[in-house]
Design a protein around this ligand. Structure first.
Ligand code: FAD
Length: 626
């Protein structure tokens, strides 16, 4: 492997979104040398696209808010399948992580009395999302980047400012090196030149984000091909909850070139309502039993809530995302959809043009430029889009450590925190809270571990794998990606059935030899076809893990709806499905969902717990109460 660049560091961070950057900051502050790798340009991670805000119970807008209420909302949103300890840590630490960002230079929108403002969002009982207009992610990434730069000050000791905190962008990691159950480095290539790179590191943080590109209609951009999920699997780690995929209710549906692009939930948080082709505000027909106490069943009460939230129930447009996405799906299926197969999202008739352009500037421009729609004057057309995966690397709640020694995961690539459905705004706070923890514990691990050595053979093998598409004589990667997206969209989408999931597994299996034989034309420099050829095997693993788990879980919960098994089953609430590789094949195992502590159970009414849990479980809490 003569033409491979060799690098070494204490903590290698793969991914430069919010989770990766926050981890890098923490590991560097702990005195470790850090390399951050990102597939796309530095600064262009999903985190930058986040619009609505970061959820943190600071209680600035409604003083009743606190971490306990946030915890409760998160568990409800996840239908009680969440790793409760992650949800607890998240709710407790999110406010500190937001305030800390301001010490890095962030500036969130303010309340009239000068505190960090908070906006309403689906599933959150009180206004809770710290935000910067509808460009919150941009501020988050901007300040984390600035913090990173401020830590690149190693001139004197190392002769180079960034010697101990390097950022290498437009570089894709294709393999992790593992020895005796511990990671020791990674292999990748620079996208621009095709040059290879091997990095040795005793601790690695995966922060690679999601899998959205396995679906055709998605809010995710090109680099979200489940690389971190697959790297973890191949390194010997496990993935949990892969059946739970969030279809955001409101993506653009028209014109076709922009189908799937996100329309932020803030439109609804700020007063927008959903209507079908008959002009009916249909969400009142879709309030599930478990949420009837919290959501208004008539427009008058729903509208009063915006000004008097304490005396009224919330509008049903702000139900958790899975509920709203399914409702839209049903309206369209029943023939009451909009012209281009979505429904109408109307804020124009409800708020002044001035209010809309001030609160939702990006949305205004997005529709004006991409669809020639003026959202201050006409409704938007929207429909569900693949947005986020709740499933991911199984991690320890305290340390973000995976099952593989030295391998950590944070942000969207990790699993457990959000249970079966993530609340909006809980991802930005998740990646700050657990990004910090991953960086901290990765640094701690590096401090007590000998610097590893990479062998020539393993590097040569990784290189040969990466070059294989040039020698293959199969199909082009775009055709295969389209085929996989088509299978996932048709058979593993928002509404699922056992027969169709079996069919999906058969069709995916038939794609496997074609993906193994995928061909890349041309040379190594600037070759996106080659890059996609290497991504395909990752998308394949994630797609199969999702379809297998979706078939196994014969109930409907959060981001997994089985038409042939409607309703939640309390027995299934206690089960996590865990995917791992066994001799190269994906295998699925069942694992108990950890039981909440009595203190946390005590935050809920027994009448609510009884909707989710088996009688033994919630009765045991009654006994504790007494
Ligand atoms: P990302 O920010 O996705 O970053 C992943 C990084 O990994 C990137 O740098 C990527 O290049 C890199 N990477 C991937 N694969 C590789 C590889 N093989 N080698 C090297 N690098 C790799 N959440 C909220 O809480 N509030 C919101 O308002 C909100 N709005 C959203 C709006 C949109 C349009 C989208 C798409 C998502 C939104 N989300 C929101 C979700 C949230 O933005 C993401 O879940 C979150 O940013 C993920 O952060 P992350 O750090 O885990 O990964």
């Amino acid at each position: 492997a003569a033409d491979v660049e060799h690098l070494a560091c204490d903590v290698l961070v793969i991914g430069a979104g919010g989770a990766g950057l926050r981890a890098a900051v923490e590991a560097r502050l702990a005195g470790k040398s850090v390399i951050v790798i990102s597939k796309s340009l530095f600064g262009k991670a999903h985190t930058v696209m986040a619009e609505g805000g970061a959820a943190a119970a600071m209680g600035n807008v409604n003083a009743n808010d606190n971490w306990q209420v946030h915890f409760r909302d998160t568990m409800r949103g996840g239908k009680f399948l969440n790793n409760y300890r992650m949800a607890e840590i998240h709710a407790q630490e999110a406010p500190d992580r937001i305030w800390e960002l301001e010490t890095y230079g962030a500036l969130f929108d303010r309340t009239a009395d000068g505190r960090i403002s908070q906006r309403n969002f689906g599933g959150h009982e009180y206004p809770r999302l710290a935000h910067v207009g509808d460009r919150t992610g941009l501020e988050l990434i901007r300040t984390l980047q600035q913090k990173l730069v401020s830590l690149q000050q190693d001139d004197e000791e190392a002769g180079e400012p960034a010697a101990k905190l390097q950022v290498i962008d437009e570089t894709t990691i294709t393999e992790l090196f593992v020895e005796q159950g511990a990671v020791k480095g990674a292999f990748g290539y620079r996208r621009g030149t095709g040059a290879f790179m091997a990095i040795s590191a005793p601790a690695i943080v995966l922060a690679t984000g999601g899998i959205g590109r396995s679906f055709k209609v998605t809010s995710n951009s090109w680099e979200y091909t489940g690389d971190g999920h697959a790297l973890a699997l191949r390194a010997g780690a496990s993935l949990i909850n892969m059946e739970f995929i969030q279809f955001h209710p409101t993506g653009m549906v028209w014109p076709p070139s922009v189908r799937g692009i996100l329309v932020t939930e803030s439109v609804r948080g700020d007063g927008g309502v959903l209507k079908n082709a008959e002009g009916k505000r249909f969400m009142f027909d879709y309030i599930p039993e478990v949420f009837k106490a919290q959501y208004a069943d008539n427009p008058e009460e729903a509208d009063r809530w915006y000004t008097d939230p304490d005396a009224n129930r919330r509008p049903p447009e702000l139900l958790p995302r899975d509920e709203v996405a399914r409702a839209i799906n049903s309206e369209v299926k029943a023939g009451r959809g909009s012209e281009h197969g979505g429904v109408y999202l109307d804020i124009a008739s409800r708020r002044s043009a001035e209010y809309i352009t001030e609160r939702l500037p990006s949305m205004y421009h997005q529709f004006k430029e991409l669809a020639d729609v003026d959202i201050t004057a006409e409704p938007m057309e929207v429909g569900p889009t693949c947005h986020y995966i709740m499933g991911g690397v199984e991690v320890d709640a305290e340390t973000a450590a995976s099952k593989v020694t030295g391998l950590y995961a944070a942000g969207e690539v990790s699993g457990g925190m959000h249970g079966s459905n993530r609340l909006g705004g809980n991802s930005l706070s998740d990646l700050l809270v657990f990004g910090k923890r991953a960086g901290e514990f990765a640094a701690e691990h590096a401090a007590v571990t000998e610097p590893p050595k990479l062998g020539d053979d393993e590097i040569a093998a990784a290189q040969a794998d990466a070059l294989r598409p040039f020698a293959n004589d199969g199909e082009n990667p775009y055709a295969l990606q389209a085929a996989m997206q088509e299978v996932n969209g048709r058979l593993v989408g928002i509404i699922r059935r056992a027969g169709e999931l079996e069919e999906a597994l058969t069709e995916l299996a038939a794609l496997k030899p074609r993906i193994d034989n995928v061909t890349a034309a041309g040379g190594r420099a600037y070759n996106p076809g080659w890059h996609l050829a290497l991504d395909l095997r990752n998308m394949y693993l994630c797609s199969v893990a999702t379809a297998m788990a979706a078939l196994e879980r014969d109930e409907s919960r959060g981001g997994h709806t089985r038409e042939d098994a409607p309703g939640m089953d309390p027995q299934w609430r206690r089960v996590n499905l865990v995917a791992s590789l066994d001799g190269g094949e994906l295998a699925l195992a069942r694992q108990d969902v950890p039981s909440m502590t009595p203190e946390l159970l005590g935050l809920f009414e027994t009448s609510e717990l009884s909707k989710y849990m088996t009688p033994e479980e919630y009765r045991s809490t009654e006994a504790e109460d007494a």
